[in-house]
Design a protein around this ligand. Sequence first.
Ligand code: SF4
Length: 218
Amino acid sequence: MNGRAALLLHQSECRACHVCVDEGIIPEATPTFEGRWGAPFFLVGQAPGPVERESRRPFSGRAGKELDRWMVQAGFESPEDFRRLTYIAALMRCFPGRNQAGNGDLKPPPAAVANCTHWLELELRLLKPKVLILVGQLAIARFLGPGRLEDRVGHRFGERPVMVPLPHPSGQSRWLNDPANRARLSVALTLVGQLRSGLALAQRRRSNSDGGTATAPR
Ligand code: SF4
């Protein structure tokens, strides 16, 4: 089976997953992720929210609008361009539920993240993304270990793939109220933009040497 077919099979198996319901961790399984074969960017978030539970599209709520805005600021031509080039998944793919105070979503329970890990790992093995965008503390810690957001956002890590941490765009955290942190975000978006431009350039070179037959980042 080729990689594209393996990814499609994986996606259909993941959409049918309900192991966390069977284990009593969540009442309803709504696996949410999106992306296509050949995507050079891979974004890892924390977990879908209530809007995504309904739409089954990652980052389709208010935080997603902010994320799209950030990506256009970084240099993607449009939100559609960002989503065309980016596979979007999360550490926990189903909505974890609202917190007791009712003013936010629950953090993904460790048992659900553990159950969900193999979906993420297989996608990373199949897609071999060039760039990992890590959104929020949990996703950053999953790949880089525990650490302060201030020491992560605005820096790039690794080479294959390059990892670029971002804060969560939900606005729930006050982290971005600090001008120094907004400056860190701006640097991080510049890094993402440079990687987007670099991939487009490499693709154009490949396309020229192939006689213009290749497709991919424009
Ligand atoms: S959170 Fe992940 S492992 Fe748990 S039911 Fe949803 S898709 Fe399956």
